[in-house]
Design a protein around this ligand. Structure first.
Ligand SMILES: Cc1cc2nc3c(=O)[nH]c(=O)nc-3n(C[C@H](O)[C@H](O)[C@H](O)COP(=O)(O)O)c2cc1C
Length: 383
């Protein structure tokens, strides 16, 4: 009989993981649950790479497209590729945000590996930086090395509790300066993270985010791109646990009644269109503070570093009890967004030439649940 390790190193890991189903699902609930990967992440899969990857797939990423494809290789190595069918070319023409998501993925992978005594040696873009779009070349190679001197990361304690929160925040509760300093300090080399709770700048940023949202939602191509990856109702999200999940009770009910559908969402006269617009506009205007990040260059490696910094900042925010909502519209590179993009850089970049990579609102909001995730085994491929 072939041992589990042998199967893994021959790249047939998906077979092995499927075979582990009994114990895995016993600890995580029904196999159909779109949120099960959050519950199973700590279960242990018998291979340090899979144990780390079970956390990496929980990374924040644009529209929850989860564009990761992972090839397991000899030893404790693996290569990470982009699933080119999961990009967002209308809202993210240069794949900058998708690349940031990969940075978040690699940072969680590193933290999880460190937690179990492995160093993660990560090499970015071993076959060169893909430009102007991502292509079939690898995003990164990762090798895990057992290392007694490796330090665990305190931010990892929040990995399973990290949430993106799109609800309104309690604006009567200010965010303390000391908490904002913790977020700034969570960054990595090469990425400047800055914050503000100053009323004038907070007001300008709310207006910027709201204006930029209006541009994105009223522009047909960008709106349709988002609508295409919206999944309405529980069954749809169980079936396709990626994209924008509209599976709360209200949307599920309205979906069944045909009131929330791709056609309705795309029709400016419909309730679904108008309520979607209002929901996000209210969010843009509900901020006690903002956090953003900038890099000196906009190379692919800088984007990965921006992603590593970003998930760290979000972990630090959530650990401090803060709600966190990225608002990326004004940083997007499609032509209709040129004016908000210019304003965002004028307000937030320190010097000409810097790229504002991320922007999020902060505050104290209601508790929110985890977003859906596809199962790890569906991400293992042979390229
Ligand atoms: C690069 C990047 C850009 C994002 N931009 C937005 C955004 O503009 N609006 C938003 O609501 N969420 C945004 N998000 C959050 C993602 O939608 C979120 O991470 C994803 O849906 C998964 O949910 P989770 O973070 O709760 O796991 C962004 C995340 C990343 C990494």
């Amino acid at each position: 009989m072939v041992s589990r390790r042998a199967l893994l190193t021959t790249g047939a890991a998906s077979v092995v993981i499927a075979g582990l189903g009994g114990t895995w699902w016993a600890t995580t609930g029904p196999a159909t649950s779109a949120r099960a990967p959050w519950r199973s992440a700590s279960a242990g899969l018998g291979d340090p790479r899979l144990n780390a990857l079970a956390y990496a797939i929980l990374a924040p990423n644009p529209h929850n497209m989860q564009p990761w494809r992972i090839q397991l290789e000899e030893g404790l190595r693996f290569t990470v590729f982009a699933d080119l069918a999961r990009l967002l070319p209308e809202t993210d023409p240069p794949d900058r945000q998708i690349t940031i998501g990969f940075g978040c993925f690699l940072e969680l992978c590193r933290q999880a590996a460190n937690e179990s005594g492995y160093r993660a040696d990560i090499a970015y873009f071993p076959e060169g930086e893909p430009q102007p779009r991502l292509d079939q070349r690898p995003i990164a190679t990762v090798e895990l090395v057992e290392d007694r001197s490796v330090q665990t990361d305190p931010l990892f304690a929040t990995a399973l509790g990290r949430r993106t929160s799109r609800f309104e925040y309690d604006l009567s509760r200010p965010v303390e300066a000391s908490v904002l300093r913790q977020l700034e300090a969570a960054s990595v080399d090469g990425v400047r993270v800055a914050t503000t709770a100053e009323a004038g700048l907070v007001h300008e940023l709310k207006t910027l985010c709201s204006d930029a949202w209006q541009v994105e939602w009223s522009n047909k191509a960008t709106r349709q791109e988002s609508i295409e990856v919206m999944h309405v109702g529980r069954a749809a999200v169980e079936d396709r646990p990626y994209g924008i999940a509209l599976d709360d009770r209200i949307n599920s009910t309205l979906g069944k009644a045909g009131m929330v559908s791709p056609e309705a969402l795309d029709d400016p006269e419909s309730m679904a269109y108008q309520e979607s617009f209002k929901f996000y506009d209210k969010a843009c205007r509900s901020a006690s503070a903002f956090v953003w990040s900038t890099t000196e260059t906009n190379s692919r490696s800088a984007q990965l570093d921006a992603g590593r910094a970003w998930v760290r900042v979000q972990l630090a925010a959530n650990a401090a009890g803060l709600s966190f909502h990225p608002l990326s519209q004004a940083l997007q590179e499609f032509p209709e967004m040129a004016e908000p993009y210019r304003r965002a850089h004028e307000l937030l970049a320190n010097e000409d030439g810097q790229t504002v990579q991320m922007l999020a609102r902060l505050g104290y909001g209601p508790a929110v649940g985890a977003s859906p995730r596809e199962r790890l085994e569906s991400k293992l491929v042979e390229v």
